[in-house]
Design a protein around this ligand. Structure first.
Ligand code: GLU
Length: 506
């Protein structure tokens, strides 16, 4: 009988921080569960005690929460950041299910589907070396496969070191049906008698995951492609117990741009790192969703809700998905321009807040650079000059092309007066400032270059910057006049007979 209700699980091992690939696996599980009105479970697979990383579970839960991909059952962080479990199919922390796993292993032994193996580490090592030297695949040679049951039991009772292995068929094939990959045949002859209980008494992943999936009534196992070769062993266990297996979907590998497997060595992989760098959670979701799947040919931007309604496991690609950082940056830029302004300020203000107590001024700075950034942190550099006390005009050219210092000085002087007398309302938009300045240019018969260049450099202290109208708008009247005054003073020091510099109003 098929599983009547969609129940999926994300089952990370807490061996480090949540990887970007893990986020995709979690997301695909969540998308299916939400679309089908089913359950999305977080199960922590921590039976490999040697690889356990302190804080790993918390990081997974927190990263999922930050990205809005939260399970509705299983492991969970409460309001105080403590790990708790909720749901009727627990415990959801695998190490707490050790007794259940041992009992299942015993049943497999009784059914002659598993056996005790007493081979020492030294023997296995030697075996591996010999096989390797002979150019054969390194596999267990089955020495303990056919020990008599009572003999093996006696050795166990006497306390001899042992593990438990699956007694897998040695010939024939097994067919697996995968939603993404269709039918796949595996030859049993290449599949090793998998250890299911280690010498420390803990189950290996294969036994634990399979039995837990059954006990938790998992309907679909959606996981990375690297688990595909393990699936025959899992199906063997389902068959041995007469259980209905879940449907399987193995997601394509994530690749670096050089098509090697995405790994830490080539940059960040932890979700936490991307969030800390200012990639928006909804961007990460949109981005990872498209690693191996795209619901339409002509669209890249999807909300989480869009993804839920469009999701189709059968349309996920088989071949590896390249992690394209430029696309991620482009997407972040796109979202930064689209989000409500309040949220944009929330994300970017922390980077410049310490530089001014004037929130409105800070907000104008942020508005100015909004179309020019891919990540919130970039606002700091792009707005830096607004907060500099004094510019060093010796490093830039204030006069335009052939304009003399004297003329640049005179031009800035002539602009200051009308700016000083202008109504404050003029500073509400850069458009009104543009009209105002251009009118001045017209009325006086000035040239654009001779006016706008010195004005812009005076306001930014740089030869490259946004337009002078935008700069005037961001500064407001008082700050603009201060900048112009500084520039005029700097020009005046290198001149002799050109009258008094403009006096800064108090
Ligand atoms: N614990 C495995 C992992 O770390 C889970 C594999 C599975 O989903 O079956 O990825």
């Amino acid at each position: 009988m098929d599983h009547p209700r969609v129940r999926v699980r994300f089952a990370p091992s807490p061996t480090g921080f949540l990887h970007i690939g893990g986020l995709r696996t979690a997301l695909y599980n969540e998308l299916l569960a939400k679309q089908q009105g089913g359950d999305f479970i977080l199960r922590v697979e921590d039976t490999d005690r040697e690889r356990f990383v302190e804080g790993g579970i918390e990081n997974v839960c927190q990263s999922l929460r930050d990205c809005g991909v939260e399970p509705n059952e299983g492991v969970w962080l409460d309001g105080n950041g403590a790990i708790v479990e909720r749901g009727d199919a627990g415990p959801y922390i695998q190490s707490k299910r050790k007794k259940l796993h041992s009992a299942y292993a015993q049943r497999l032994i009784k059914m002659n589907k598993a056996y005790y193996c007493f081979c020492t580490t030294e023997r296995l090592q030697k075996l591996r070396q010999d096989m390797h030297a002979a150019g054969k695949p390194t596999m267990y040679d089955g020495k303990c496969r056919d020990l008599l049951a009572n003999e093996a039991q006696k050795r166990v009772d006497e306390g001899e070191h042992h593990v438990i292995r699956l007694k897998l068929p040695k010939k024939g094939k097994i067919k697996i049906w995968d939603i993404i990959r269709d039918d796949i045949d595996f030859d049993w002859v290449f599949i090793d008698d998998q250890i299911i209980i280690k010498s420390d008494g803990y189950p290996t992943y294969h036994l634990a995951a399979t039995c837990d999936d059954h006990d938790m009534k998992i309907s679909h196992v959606i996981r990375g492609e690297e688990w595909l070769p393990s699936t025959p062993k899992h199906l063997f266990i389902y068959e041995a117990f007469g259980w209905t297996p879940p449907k399987f979907a193995h997601l394509p590998l994530l690749l670096n741009s050089d098509h090697s497997k995405l790994s830490k060595r080539q940059g960040d992989v932890a979700v936490t790192d991307y969030l800390a760098k200012g990639y928006l959670p909804e961007v990460l979701i949109n981005f990872v969703a498209l690693l191996g799947w795209n619901p339409t040919a002509d669209q890249e931007i999807y909300t989480h809700d869009d993804l839920i309604s469009l999701f189709d496991l059968a349309k996920v690609n088989k071949s590896g998905a390249v992690f394209n950082l430029e696309k991620l940056n482009w997407m972040n830029e796109h979202y930064l321009r689209k989000i409500p302004e309040e949220r944009y300020f929330e994300l970017t203000l922390p980077f410049i807040e310490g530089k001014t107590g004037d929130r409105e001024f800070a907000e104008r700075c942020l508005r100015l650079v909004r179309d020019r950034i891919q990540k919130p942190s970039e606002v700091e550099k792009l707005t830096a000059y607004f907060f500099e006390d004094q510019f060093d005009f010796s490093k830039v050219r204030l006069p335009w092309k052939t304009q003399t210092q004297k003329k640049a000085y005179a031009r800035l002087q002539s602009i200051c007066e009308p700016i000083k007398n202008a109504d404050d309302a003029l500073f509400r938009t850069s458009v009104s400032l543009e009209t105002f300045i251009k009118k001045l240019i017209d009325q006086n018969g000035w040239s654009n270059g001779d006016t706008l260049w010195p004005l812009r450099v005076a306001l930014s202290g740089r030869e490259k910057s946004p337009t002078p109208f935008e700069l005037l708008w961001v500064y407001g009247k008082k700050r603009s006049l201060k900048r112009l005054h500084d520039a005029i003073m700097s020009l005046s020091t290198s001149m002799t007979d050109d009258g008094n510099p403009f006096i800064l109003p108090s």
